[in-house]
Structures are given as structure tokens and as C-alpha cells.
Design a protein around this ligand. Sequence first.
Ligand code: NAD
Ligand code: TYD
Length: 368
Amino acid sequence: MKSLLVTGGAGFIGTNFVYYWLKNHPEDNIVVLDALTYAGNRANLIEAEKNPSFKFVHGNILDESLVKSLLLDHKINTIVHFAAESHVDRSIHGPDEFINTNIVGTHSLLKIAKKIWLDENPQSHRFHHISTDEVYGSLKPDDPPFTEDSPYAPNSPYAASKAASDHLVRAYNKTYGLQTTISNCSNNYGPYQFPEKLIPLIIINILHGKPLPVYGDGKQIRDWLYVDDHNLGVDLILQKGIPGKTYNIGGSNEWQNIDIVNLICDLLHETLLKNKDLQKKYTKSPSSKGEHPKTLITNVPDRLGHDRRYAIDPKLMLAELNYKPNELFSTGIEKNIEWIFSNNEWWESVLDESYLDWIDKNYHCSPK
Ligand code: NAD
Ligand code: TYD
């Protein structure tokens, strides 16, 4: 039986992980540790909090005495470390938090895990570190996708901070024998994603009739994976992955940004045209006024240091762990749009004033 500490469990992927785990491993206990930054939302976990095997703790991964007492009090034997500052644009405008949380925070967790699990009370354990394909830098159009052996070449402060944390996790395995695994995943999408990231931002801007900011020429490529398929990969690594190893998780699903934006415009337009209630609810959406959402597409200056292409080679996950994503992009994106229609209150509540100010200041247009 596992007793898990899930850091960052009130954020996008962490929330989905908690629900995935409660459903698929009901015998296990879960403690979420989350600092509830702008990206964390305790209300996400309202259903989980009804489950006696689940506990939410409001706190920071940098708080060593808190982490120590959580490991001891809850007999934690598995850490799944999601907590991070995760948005590239924010890292360009203010890198300090990325260094504190992503590098110093990860090191703080590693130190306590080593102290409890190796030095004071030796026991079977696992430290799983959630990382990103962005650590490998940018691919050219004809380059093969990233493998676990691709050299690290992070370009943004976000990617550099995640790369540093990956190296620390590796070092704690090589030097002290901490039982670590790392997963480097491609871009996720799905429920609870904060609407500063491309897919939810475009959907919500269309519903508000706001411009759709496309950075540069819009031909940058990302490899999109439905969030539950990321969590399926993490599950397999926790069950069968080999300590000391890194696994790349991806869906072999490369899209240019502009094509994703056009696809979302078409899907929302079709849905709204068929549904008068939605037209009444979203009166500012172009489709409610007889126009196509594509009229909102706006080219804005490119992101500094913008990586051109990411793509994951998922061969190791398939060969070693028999991993295959379940969700097709066509069905995943429909589900994501449906979730946004059904969870108006959620995204209205996370669009707070500071977020709106920030997004206005940083070259695009706020979704309200
Ligand atoms: P998110 O920004 O939605 O959530 C981050 C969570 O971490 C929030 O709940 C926040 O409150 C919490 N947090 C931040 N600083 C903390 C601290 N110091 N102590 C405790 N909690 C803290 O991020 P996400 O998109 O869910 O990403 C989760 C992880 O997955 C990150 O490590 C990210 O690098 C990685 N990742 C994300 C993607 C993606 O597409 N979103 C892809 C690959 C990897
Ligand atoms: P994002 O969702 O921020 O993820 P990441 O930068 O981690 O890949 O952005 C995905 C892509 O979409 C990236 O190439 C930047 C681009 N983008 C836009 O063109 N406009 C936007 O408003 C945003 C948020 C992103």
C-alpha cells in the first residue's frame, strides 16, 4: 500500500492526479501539500476532501519542518512532486519565484526525504519528480523527437529551473541512493488548467469575444497530451519504473499553435451555432453575433527566446512500461471545451484582478 505526498496537488495536473489516483488506487492514502499560489485552488479538491483517505495541507515545500512532520505523521513512502511555478511567460518577466520553488524547493524536499527515508528510518520509498520536455530545448523541423538521452538545453528561466531540479533529483539518486524517478512530459491540456496557458486561454477569450493572441508567426509546434494520459504514465512509472531512471511521456501529437487556435475556433463556432442557450450565455462570443471566432485571431510580438518545436519520442515508455495514451486529441479537446462550458464558475473565479492586470501588461489581452 502506498501513502503518497502529492506536492502541488491543487494545481492543474496535480488535481487531475488526485482524482485519477483515488479512482484507480482506492486502498492508498494521499496527502496534498500545496502553497495555494495563484495557480492553486483548494476548491478543485472539494470531492477528494470527502474521502477519508485524503488530506489537504496548506503549506510550502520550502518549509522543511512541515514536510518532515508530514512524512513521519502520515508514514509517507511515496512523494509525487508536481509543485512548481509552471508558466514560461511569467518566468521571463519574473524568474525569482521559479528559482525558489522549482530549484530550492525541490532540493528542500530531497533533503528531507533523504533524512527520513535513508538516514533516520531506512525504508522502501520512491521520490517521483514531475518534469517537462522543455528541459531539452528546441527542435528543428526535421530533428527526431526528444529521447531520454537528448542533451539538456533549456532556453527559458522556467525550463532552466526545471532542468536544475532534474539534475538535483538525479544527484540524490547517484550520490545517496535515494530511490528517484523522473518523468519529462510534453504539453498537457484538460480540466482545471489555468487560463494563462494556450488552450484554455483561447477557449475563454472566444467566449468573451476577446482577441486571440498568437505569438509571432504561430508556427511553433507543441506535442499535446491529455492530462489523464500524463497521470497514467506517472502511475506506470510508480508501479514498474526503475529507480534512477528518466522516462519521457508524450502522445506523438504535434500541432502548430495556429492550427490549434483555428481548430478551437471551428469547434466552438459549430457548438454555439447549434445551441441557442449557449449563445444567450456567451453573448459576446462572435458566434452569438453571426460572426466566426477566427475574426478574433491577433498576431502579437513573439515570446522572448520562444522555443520553436517540442516533440517526445515515447518508445521507452512503450517498450518498458507498455504505455499508450488512451485519449485521441479530437475527443480530448471536445471534452476540454465541454468542461469549460460546464465549469463557468471555476474559471470566472480564478481570473482574479491581479491575473487580469498581469496579462494586460504582458503583451496580450485579458480574457475579460
Ligand atoms: P500549475 O501551475 O497549474 O500548478 C502548480 C501547483 O503548485 C499550484 O497548485 C501551486 O499552488 C503549487 N505550488 C507552487 N509553488 C509551491 C510551493 N512553493 N509549495 C507548495 N506548492 C506550490 O502547474 P501544472 O501545469 O499542474 O504543472 C505541474 C507540474 O507538471 C510542474 O512541475 C510542471 O513543471 C510539470 N509539467 C507541466 C506541463 C504542462 O503542460 N502543464 C507539462 C509537463 C510538465
Ligand atoms: P503555453 O500554453 O504557455 O505552454 P508552453 O509555453 O509551456 O509550451 O504555450 C503553448 C504555445 O502557445 C507556445 O508556443 C506559446 C504559444 N502561445 C500563444 O501563441 N499565445 C498565447 O496567448 C499563449 C499563452 C501561448
